[in-house]
Design a binder for this molecule. Structure first.
Ligand code: NAD
Ligand code: DAU
Length: 332
């Protein structure tokens, strides 16, 4: 099988490529990645001939058409992915997340290639802290930020291309991932690398916002299950029952680093900050038999901290620029 993986030099995509090479040796992987600030060739180092990296844009229709024609399936991870960046400059989000998805859909339509669309729980908006309900496949779309609205729009393009043109596509919407190769702009790697540098973690607002954490390997195992056996046109929610407030996560990290529980700073909140995400992944579990392997958040976090301690050469080049950008918005 020839698999085209877009965004395979980013966080989740690179983990997906590593997992695919290790667990599906029959698969030939081509990565299409623009190598934006978030993409890193080093994340694919050591994979040898099993993986070909093409540097290019998912919104480049001619390039996408050529690569899709040579593939048996496409898994689309490429995106502008960071909410804070989408508040500073929404345009790359519109271009990559919407036009890029459109270009891929037109190519898979033309060449009749199986397509899996990787998306986010943020398309559903947010929940109150005490809401007993969680997001399901039937929750109405209600995105809050430029990032999540462009992801929602891309999901709707996929649904329309399935219904109108018979494209063979599935969609998955996952909660917050953590693990190796995550960019230092994101919450957990930012605090881990701050702590390695002896800097206090930075909590937006009061830290009461809740995210539903899942290890990236569990997310990618679910993507493989959907790609293999998911029903065409179906959406699957991916989540591992990992709800934690941001304050709880910071306190867990402080404990891992042997620091005092109050050794952090409150910084300016994110405008429009979603309060809580929570996933009900019953459909994925019952229909496709998926379940998470990382059920102990604390040990997953410890392994992630160890990875960042051991891979300073990977994250260090990006750290100063990220912190300088956060200083401009009062979040440093
Ligand atoms: P990331 O920002 O770490 O990686 C994105 C990758 O896409 C990078 O390698 C970047 O170079 C590439 N890219 C960006 N624009 C491109 C373009 N125009 N053409 C080709 N490549 C381009 O993102 P991530 O956290 O790995 O997220 C991957 C996907 O998973 C995204 O679609 C995101 O919406 C979704 N998702 C992420 C999470 C999460 O917690 N990180 C959760 C659910 C869903
Ligand atoms: O839910 C899935 C989404 O999770 C994905 O679609 C996005 O691509 C991914 O970036 C992530 O979005 P969030 O906005 O939830 O992730 P982020 O890491 O930016 O922030 C997580 C929480 O931590 C959020 O409530 C904001 C807060 N935060 C973030 C940073 C960077 C802080 O308190 N301090 C920080 O320094």
């Amino acid at each position: 099988m020839r698999l085209l993986v877009t965004g395979g030099a980013g966080f989740i995509g690179a983990n997906f490529v590593h997992q695919s090479v290790a667990e599906h040796p029959e698969v030939e992987v081509t990565v299409l990645d623009k190598l934006t600030y978030a993409g890193n060739r080093a994340s694919l180092a050591g994979l040898g001939d099993a993986v070909t990296l093409v540097e290019g844009d998912v919104a480049d229709g001619a390039l996408v058409d050529r690569l899709v024609a040579e593939a048996d399936a496409v898994v689309h991870f490429a995106a502008e992915s960071h909410n804070d960046n989408s508040l500073a400059d929404p345009w790359p989000f519109v271009q990559t997340n919407l036009i890029g998805t459109y270009a891929l859909l037109e190519a898979v339509r033309k060449h009749d290639v199986r397509y899996h669309h990787v998306s986010t729980d943020e398309v559903y908006g947010d929940l109150e802290l005490d809401d007993p309900q969680r997001f399901t496949e039937r929750t109405p779309y209600n995105p809050s930020s430029p990032y999540s609205s462009t992801k929602a729009g891309s999901d709707l393009l996929v649904r329309a291309w399935v219904r109108s043109f018979g494209v063979r596509a599935t969609i998955s919407n996952c909660s917050n991932n953590y693990g190796p190769f995550q960019h230092v702009e994101k919450f957990i790697p930012r605090q881990v690398t701050n702590l390695i540098d002896g800097v206090r973690p930075k909590l937006y607002g009061a830290g009461a916002n809740v995210r539903d954490w899942i290890h990236v390997e569990d997310h990618n195992a679910a993507v493989w299950r959907v790609l293999a056996d998911g029903r065409i046109g179906q959406t699957y929610l991916i989540g591992a029952d990992g709800e934690r407030s941001n304050l709880e996560v910071v306190r867990a990290l402080l404990e891992i680093f042997g620091r005092d529980a109050d050794d952090f700073d409150h910084v300016s909140d994110r405008p429009g900050h979603d309060l809580r995400y929570a996933i009900d992944s019953t459909l994925l579990r019952t229909e496709l038999g998926w379940s998470p392997r990382y059920t102990d958040f604390r040990s997953g976090l410890e392994a992630t901290v160890a990875w960042y301690r051991e891979h300073e050469d990977w994250w260090r080049p990006a750290k100063a620029r990220v912190e300088a950008a956060y200083a401009v918005t009062g979040q440093a």
